[in-house]
Design a protein around this ligand. Sequence first.
Ligand code: PA5
Length: 424
Amino acid sequence: MAITLNTGYLKNFVSNDEMNAFAAPVQKAQQDLHNKTGAGHDFLGWVNLPSNTPDALVAELSALGREVRENSEAIISVGIGGSYLGIRSTLEFLGGDSGVPVYYAGHNMATSDMARILKVIEKKNVTVVVISKSGTTTEPAVAFRIIDLAMRRKYSSAELKKRIICVTDEKKGALRQIADKEGYRSYIIPDDVGGRFSVLTPVGLVPLALAGVDIKAFVEGFRAGEKEYANPDLLKNACYQYAVIRNVLYRKGKCIEMMASFYPNVQYVCEWWKQLYGESEGKGGKGIFPASTILSTDLHSMGQLMQDGMRNIFETFLMIDNVLDRVSIPSQAEDTDKFNCVAGKDLDWVNKQAYKATSDAHYEGGVPNLTITLDKADAFHIGQLYYFFEKGVGISGYLLGVNPFDQPGVEAYKKKMFVLLGKK
Ligand code: PA5
C-alpha cells in the first residue's frame, strides 16, 4: 500500500541545490502548520483530523449508510465547492456500485439538472443529504428549497425526518435552523476545517457512507498520510518534495500545473485538486494555475499545446499501478492495422506505454514533469492521496507567501449577485 513520487523528468529543471535551499523554509512551514502559528491558523483542524476522527463516528455513519440503502433507491447529495467535489471525486474514483446511485444537486443552477433530480424524487424512494458549512450558500440553499418541497409533497413528516439529513455548522446558518426546526437528522462540520479541506469531516463521510463506501478504509488512508507526511526531513517526505518542486518551478515561470491522468476515474479527483490548489494559492497576484487533462483522450486535443506551446507549464501525472479490470487484446489473422505487436497484452499495459511515451516526449518538448503513483484505486489510497494534497498545499502555500486557508476572492461575485437578486 503506497503512494510514490517519481521526479526523473525534472532533470535540468529542478536541481538538488534548489531543492535543498527549501529545507529550512519547509521546516518552518511544517512548524507553522503543526503548532498553528502561521497565517490562517484558525483553519488547521484538518492537520490532525485523521487521528482525531472517532472510530465511533465511522461505525455510526456506516450503520446509517446500511439503514439508508435499505429504504432508498437513490441518494441526492446537495452542495457545492468543498461540500460537493470531494464526494463526487471519491465516488467516481472508486467507481463501485452499491446499487444506490448518487445524484448531485446544488452545484449549479441549471434547470435541466434540477428537472432531472425532481423526476428522480417523483419516481424513486430517495434520501437527501444537504451539505453546507455556512448554511447560507446560494446554490445549495435554492436547490434545497426546491427539493425540500418535492420531498414534502411525497413523504409524511415522519418519513422526512428519516429521509433528509443535514450536514452543517453546529450553531450558525440557515441550514442549522432548518434542521433544528424540522427535526431532520444532522451532523456537524468542525469550525476549524475549511470547505476544501473537509472531505474527511461529515461533509464527505456522511454521503460516502450512504453510498456504501468503506469509510473505515478511507479514514485509515488519511491516517497513513498524516503519519507519513509528518516527517520533517524533506528527502524522506514525498509530500513536501511535491510542495517544493512546485515552488521551484513557479519561480522559473512555470505558472500552470497540468494534472494529467491516463485513468478517467481520476477526472473528479483533478477537479477536487483544482479547487484545493486554486482557492488556496491563487491570491495576492500569486498562484500556480491548476489545470487537468484525461489522457490519452486529451492527447488528441491538448497534446499539441502540451508538446509545443508556450513553455510556462509543468505536468503532474497521476497514475494507478494495479488496475482492477483485465482486458486482453486479441490477435487478428490479417493484422490489417499492424497491431498484432500488442496481441495478448493487457490493455492497461498499452495505456502505461502511452504514459511512458508522453512523459518522455513532453520532457523533451520542455515540459518538466513528475508522477504520483497510487498502488491501486481503493478507499485507502484515495484517503492517503487527499491528505498528501492537503498537506502539500499547506506547505506550498506558506512557501509561496500566501494564506492558503482563506478565500476572500470568492466573495466578489456573491456581493454583486445578491444586489441583482435583491437579497437582504
Ligand atoms: O472551500 C470553500 O470554502 C468553498 O468552496 C465552499 O466549500 C463552498 O463555497 C460551499 O460552502 P458551504 O459549504 O458553506 O455551502
